[in-house]
Design a protein around this ligand. Structure first.
Ligand code: DSN
Length: 413
């Protein structure tokens, strides 16, 4: 019996109520298909590291400079994670593997680079950006003087608009990246715009980090001053964040993560990050990421062939953003129907969305999780057919058998 099964056995005996909930989540993930672009299924090895005894350890500080005794293993674990991160993102100068999430990574980096009340420029959430890029409901829109750029009528970043805004606002930090932007970003152009204003460039690659690590899409490493990311999306590790920085800004970033924004690091999660980075350094990772990309492109093409509109008319990454404005359904309605059919998706604002964020006119789909399960073109075509049926008003229950069948045929790792 593996360590994990042993632990589950103990949990079952001690707390059947909670153990039952975990089993329910196992069944939910197995019998449904995850098409949420920010989710994935990490390996059993990553999950084993997450559940290790390192969760008991306090290790405030950094390797070799801790505020607690008994950190020799924590030091080795964090060093291993940092070394592997730097191998994976070759060209990056320093790594901080302690951020608990992408948002804390962004907040820490922005505080280090812009300072409280500093000026920042990021992309609007509606246009494909992220809350932590200066949205007024996020601390990044409260503690910084934030301005935001949108997307052009074609759904793509308009570099002229970015340049104009940066010239006007004179930010200390310009942010490139987002959570529903499906096209490659011209990081060199962003860097030139930032440089002209004396700003630093922060690239948030939370979504495409895995694709970039594998070299299947262009990366900002070596171009941006600071790169933030999460480790659980395309990168397929444990839930968490990471920051890569140029040497001259790294010291400020490290201090901003600890003691600035966080206390004790989650050493068990850092161990799991090391496992995931090790997996990403294996040859099979590139093939996986290429497949994620191919599947997303095929999904977009199939949906368009069935008459649905896709924001920007396709995708360069793992995200497919459906524009529902020409249909008679909202993002929220399709999300609910999809759930009843066994598909996990999320409603999402689209550029120029007339509807509020809890309703939306968009549906964000992503291929990382189903590709981990082994999906190829044929399965993507089936999924596209289900989504089109749901948008057109077919009864969701009609699709439940085909979705469950795919779940059984393509088990979780
Ligand atoms: N919640 C993440 C996503 O779904 O993209 C971003 O933080």
């Amino acid at each position: 019996m593996s360590n994990i099964e042993n632990q589950q056995g103990r949990l079952q005996a001690q707390d059947p109520e909670l153990a039952g909930l975990l089993q329910r989540e196992d069944r939910r993930q197995s019998s449904t298909l995850t098409l949420i672009a920010s989710e994935n299924h990490c390996s059993a090895a990553v999950r084993e590291a997450c559940s290790s005894r390192l969760t008991d350890k306090y290790a405030e500080g950094y390797p070799g400079r801790r505020y607690y005794g008994g950190c020799e293993v924590a030091d080795a674990v964090e060093d291993l994670a940092r070394q592997r991160a730097l191998r994976l993102f070759a060209g990056a100068e320093e790594a901080n593997v302690q951020p608990h999430s992408g948002t804390t990574a962004n907040l820490s980096a922005l505080l280090a680079l812009a300072g409280p009340n500093g000026r920042i420029v990021g992309m609007m959430l509606k246009a494909g950006g992220h809350l932590s890029h200066g949205h007024d409901k996020s601390h990044t829109g409260i503690v910084f003087q934030a301005r935001q750029y949108g997307a052009g009528p074609d759904g793509r970043i308009d570099l002229d608009e970015v340049r104009k805004l940066v010239r006007e606002h004179q930010p200390k930090v310009l942010i490139a990246g987002g959570s529903s932007y499906c096209r490659n970003i011209d990081y060199a152009a962003f860097a030139a715009i930032a440089k002209e204003a004396g700003a630093l460039l922060l690239a948030d690659i939370a979504h495409p980090a895995g694709l970039m690590a594998a070299g299947v899409v262009p990366s900002p490493i070596g171009i941006a001053d600071v790169v933030t990311m999460t480790t659980h999306k395309t990168l397929r590790g444990p839930r968490g964040g990471m920051i890569l920085a140029r040497k001259d800004v790294a010291k400020a970033i490290h201090s901003s993560v600890f003691p600035g924004s966080q206390g004790g690091p989650l050493v068990h999660t850092i161990a799991a990050k090391a496992v995931a980075f090790g997996e990403a350094l294996l040859p099979g990772f590139r093939a996986y990421q290429q497949k994620v990309l191919d599947n997303a492109r095929h999904l977009a093409a199939c949906l368009m062939a069935h008459g649905l509109d896709i924001v920007t008319g396709g995708t360069d990454n793992h995200i497919v953003l459906v524009d529902l404005r020409k249909t008679d359904v909202t993002g929220a309605q399709v999300e609910e129907r999809a759930l009843a059919a066994g598909l996990s998706v999320n409603k999402n604002a689209i550029p120029g969305d007339p509807r509020p964020p809890m309703v939306t006119s968009g549906l964000r789909l992503g291929t990382p999780a189903v590709t981990t399960r082994g999906f190829g073109r044929e399965q993507i075509e089936t999924v596209a057919g289900v989504i089109v049926g749901l948008v057109r008003g077919a009864a969701p229950e009609k699709f439940r058998p085909v979705v469950s069948g795919l779940g059984e045929a393509f088990p979780l790792p």
